[in-house]
Design a protein around this ligand. Structure first.
Ligand SMILES: Nc1nc2c(ncn2[C@@H]2O[C@H](COP(=O)(O)OP(=O)(O)O)[C@@H](O)[C@H]2O)c(=O)[nH]1
Ligand SMILES: [Mg+2]
Length: 220
């Protein structure tokens, strides 16, 4: 069994998309949670398949779904499927969802769009105070793909609580419809992405440049 775990970890490393199979009649085993943790750390796109769904009554299905939610809550980014290999139900959709998960993992996002989404998320639920001042989150840009990384620039970002970071990642994940891929959100204090990239800032109108610079000065 140890050998098969090593093989599985290797397979995760070598994959573009992980397809993890659970047995609904067995529930979530220790081994499942253990491997699920490795999939999470790997940052791979993930399609979760819960098999033998045919053999369960509606209340049993509810119970299994609750157990999955409770024990594998950290896999909420995955694309979930409840199938029956015996009857073939739900199986036909899997490959399409594997492709979709990968496409999401390597998508490009424009700085403008990410910053707009950031603004709406912050308006919905503002970050807490730190050292007597409200934490400011001003710009967002893409820092990488597979998994997508979103870098958020602002003031006092070292004081952003983990719960707010999770909230932020959840909202971005939902708005960008990133089903199947994890999303990483990182914070940086200072650093204006419009200033860092000369090409981009030259596309701005003089008024926009002025306003951005003014914001930059205030953050010093
Ligand atoms: N009811 C039901 N039984 C299944 C399904 N898929 C596999 N089985 C049965 O489950 C038994 C054990 O197989 P399985 O758990 O898939 O493989 P294993 O864990 O590698 O031994 C076999 O008798 C299969 O026919 C399914 O979707 N529904
Ligand atoms: Mg089995």
């Amino acid at each position: 069994e140890k050998f098969s775990v090593v093989k599985t970890l290797q397979a995760i490393e070598e994959s573009n998309v992980v397809l993890m199979l659970l047995d609904a009649q067995q529930g979530v085993t220790e081994q499942d949670t253990h491997l699920a943790g490795h999939v999470l750390d790997s940052g791979r796109a993930l399609v979760m398949v819960v098999n033998k769904w045919d053999g369960l009554t509606p209340p049993q299905r509810e119970k299994v779904k609750e157990e999955l939610k409770r024990r594998l809550y950290f896999l909420d980014f995955a694309s979930w499927h409840f199938v029956s290999a015996l009857h073939g139900s739900g199986v036909g959709l899997l490959l399409k969802n594997v492709q979709h998960a990968y496409a999401n993992a390597v998508r490009d996002f424009k700085t403008n769009r990410l910053t707009e989404i950031l603004e709406s998320i912050v308006t919905e639920h503002q970050p807490p105070m730190a050292r007597g001042r409200r934490i400011k989150l001003r710009y967002a840009h893409q820092g990488g793909k597979n998994p997508p990384r979103i870098i958020i620039h602002g003031k006092q970002t070292d004081a952003v609580p983990a719960s707010y970071r999770r909230y932020m990642a959840k909202r971005f994940h939902k708005v960008l419809q990133l089903s199947g891929t994890p999303l990483r959100v990182e914070f940086r204090t200072g650093g204006n992405p419009f200033k860092e990239k000369g090409k981009r800032s030259s596309k701005l109108t003089p008024g926009q440049k002025y306003r951005l610079n003014k914001k930059g000065e205030r953050s010093r």
